[in-house]
Design a protein around this ligand. Structure first.
Ligand code: ZN
Length: 198
């Protein structure tokens, strides 16, 4: 059987290595690129190379950025004494959309002993140093509400509490527009625990 020309097959293989892209989708994308103009294809190729060349970690919060410090750490309109700890840059983006006006610390992962990810594999030591250097009044732990995220939040709170900063955990509960009847037991329990006076 004769397959695709080697250069097409190479593109399909490269695309198929991307997360969530199977062989079929990779083939469809490769065909789309093949049918697009040379300008469009060059633009795509340059964007991929550009992101690898210009993006670096912010040396303060470990956000991915074109500059160091990143635009969030460099901004004078943000509360500098409030640090929100997230697992990934995508989580930071989600919090940004909510209008949060403090600063961030991106861990780039969560503790997971089963997968061999320990405290030295994510940016925990850098967070501790940052809180020591201060002034940080509040550290908001916004790791994910799953086993790894909870373990990471607990571990960090134990490390930071002796340093005197207020440590808080984001509330987990019923989504807006949700219906109590369909909420699972764990979420229901967390929302009762996280209740507040109105
Ligand atoms: Zn930053």
């Amino acid at each position: 059987m004769i397959g695709y020309a080697p250069s097409i097959q190479r593109l399909i293989n490269a695309l198929a290595r991307l997360p969530g892209i199977g062989e079929k989708t990779a083939t469809r994308l490769a065909m789309h690129i093949l049918n697009s103009s040379t300008d469009e294809a060059e633009n795509l190729a340059h964007s991929i190379i550009g992101v690898k060349k210009s993006i670096q970690f912010c040396s303060i919060c470990f956000n991915l950025s074109d500059s160091d410090p990143c635009s969030i750490c460099a901004s004078s309109d943000r509360r500098t004494d409030e640090v929100c700890v997230v697992e990934e840059v995508n989580d930071l983006m989600a919090l940004e959309r909510s209008g949060f006006k403090g600063r961030y610390h991106v861990l780039h992962g969560a503790l997971s002993p089963l997968q061999g990810i320990g405290p030295n594999d994510i940016r925990i030591n850098e967070l501790v140093e940052r809180v020591k250097d201060g002034p940080v009044n509040e550290v908001i732990l916004a790791t994910n509400p799953n086993t790894q995220g909870e373990a990471t939040a607990l571990y960090i709170s134990r490390l930071l509490k002796p340093l005197g900063a207020k440590i808080t955990r984001i509330a987990f509960g019923i989504p807006m527009g949700g219906d109590l009847e369909y909420v699972d037991e764990v979420t229901m329990l967390r929302s009762i625990e996280g209740r507040r006076e109105i």
